[in-house]
Ligand binder design. Structure first.
Ligand code: PMP
Length: 449
């Protein structure tokens, strides 16, 4: 029974595991963009298991690839060669521009970022690594220090060794000239050229320069990490040109630039297959997870052969990375994205969704900002639109739970937990977008005093 499940969870699962909602959901089944609870109630999944179910729950083609592989071979580890990993490696690196042609498969986003940190340190011979305020890069001992989010700070010795957090430009809540766009006070125009808000102010680059000169813990930079759009941080899109200029500064100081594509990869942002392609620069290392496996534990690090060479023989090993089942799933996911044109669907439905949400923003003062690209969307809820103060948490939770009760599951994020995150399986339709917008409107209306 429902009560029994809650009791078992309380008694036997560690309490760090999140249980969303006052009345937590028990999910029994999923099909494409839909989830079904223990009573058979259907929910439109607008969060995709945290941006992970890229092509749809239990997609028949991915299911078939997996079951064919499980009948043949599960596991050998990498001490023997198996054809699937080679087939998959070729398919995956073909998706990258430039010389990003070497891949190492691992099992989670945290592992991928750990490995990227190791690669950058070995390749450059330097130790220090920069990341941006409000970022999320993982929860392994290395990456929990890299992650710079108020929800996850760990007072543990060693976690922050050689790591530096620098200010992120946030065009809506920004600190150094990042807010108050001159041209559009309620900001949705990401191509705006206004030097006040939409372009990153020089202060951000000055901070990087200062850090390289004076405040690196070990004196030399190995890498800087950045998401192409901050995901857990609440769909924060950097101003145009920021990542390109930051990457140039890091390289000029002897470091590498790492693009964390764990959330933004595999066509989610619509215009491009990788988020970094929308920022007009080429990273040295790219990490990916989540959408790559549609829910199967699979992740990867892609880099140039030169940087990969620094890893050498025997310096790094993991038992499951790129196992036959994961590789079969990875290939099937790429097939489905291509055959069903899901990147294009992300762009079309995402753009339509953003327009619908922008209309809601005109109706409700409580919606401070609507932003995103493709099917990576954020709706920032505010208590005061002019001052952009975050909406009080109980009110956010109330709206969020009402949406669930009305049949739509949104995610939540941002430094203050006041941003609704919309990152559904990329197979959703225009009708699904309409339904989600209507439900959000109803939930907000019912939550107002
Ligand atoms: N990078 C980003 C951008 C993420 O969003 C996450 C997970 N939320 C990770 C890395 C870590 O991935 P995992 O949970 O698979 O370790």
């Amino acid at each position: 029974s429902y009560e029994q499940i809650l009791k078992t969870r309380r008694n036997h699962l560690t309490p760090n595991l999140l249980a969303h909602f006052k009345k937590p959901l028990v999910i029994h089944a999923g099909h494409m963009q839909w989830l079904y609870d223990h009573e058979g109630r259907r929910y439109l999944d607008m969060f995709g298991g945290i941006v992970t179910v890229s092509v749809g729950h239990c997609h028949p083609k991915v299911n078939q690839a997996l079951s064919e592989q499980t009948a043949k071979l599960w596991h050998t580890t990498n001490i023997y060669m198996h054809p699937k990993i080679h087939e998959y490696a070729e398919r995956l690196v073909a998706k990258f521009p430039g010389n990003l042609k070497s891949v190492c498969f691992v099992n989670s986003g945290s592992e991928a970022n750990d490995l990227a940190m190791l690669m950058a340190r070995l390749h450059t011979g330097n130790q220090d690594i920069l990341s941006l305020r409000n970022c999320y890069h993982g929860m392994s001992p290395y990456t929990m220090g890299l992650t710079a989010h108020s929800t996850w700070r760990f007072p543990l010795p060693g976690v922050n060794n050689g790591l530096v957090h620098v200010m992120n430009p946030d065009p809506y809540q920004g600190i150094w000239g990042g807010s108050n766009c001159r041209d559009s006070p309620v900001q949705t125009n990401r191509d705006c050229q206004c030097a006040v808000g939409c372009q990153a102010s020089d202060a951000y680059y000055n901070e990087l320069e200062e850090t390289f000169k004076y405040s690196l813990p070990r004196g030399k930079v190995a890498a800087m990490f950045a998401e192409s759009i901050q995901g857990v941080g609440g769909t924060v899109q950097f101003p145009k040109g920021y990542l390109k200029r930051a990457a140039a500064l890091v390289r000029a100081n002897g470091g590498l630039f790492v693009a964390d594509e764990v959330q933004t990869g595999f066509g989610r942002t619509g215009e491009h297959f990788w988020g970094f392609e929308g920022h007009d620069y080429l990273p040295d290392i790219v990490t990916m997870a989540k959408g790559i496996g549609n829910g199967f534990p699979l992740a990867a690090v892609v880099t140039t052969p030169e940087i990969a060479a620094s890893l050498g023989q025997a310096l790094h090993f993991n038992t499951y990375g790129g196992n036959p089942m994961a590789s079969a799933v990875g290939i099937a996911v790429l097939d489905v994205i291509e055959e069903e044109q899901l990147q294009r669907n992300s762009l079309e439905v995402g753009t339509y969704f953003l327009t619908g949400l922008a209309k809601l923003q005109q109706r409700f003062e409580i919606i401070g900002d609507v932003r995103g690209k493709g099917l990576m969307i954020g709706v920032e809820l505010v208590g005061n639109r002019e001052k952009r103060t975050p909406l009080a948490t109980p009110h956010v939770l109330d709206i969020w739970e009402k949406c669930k009760d009305l049949g739509v599951l949104f995610g939540r994020g941002g430094l203050h937990g006041n941003v609704l995150r919309i990152k559904p399986p990329m197979c959703i339709t225009l009708a699904d977008a309409n339904f989600a917008v209507d439900v959000l409107a109803r939930a907000i209306t019912e939550s107002l005093p």
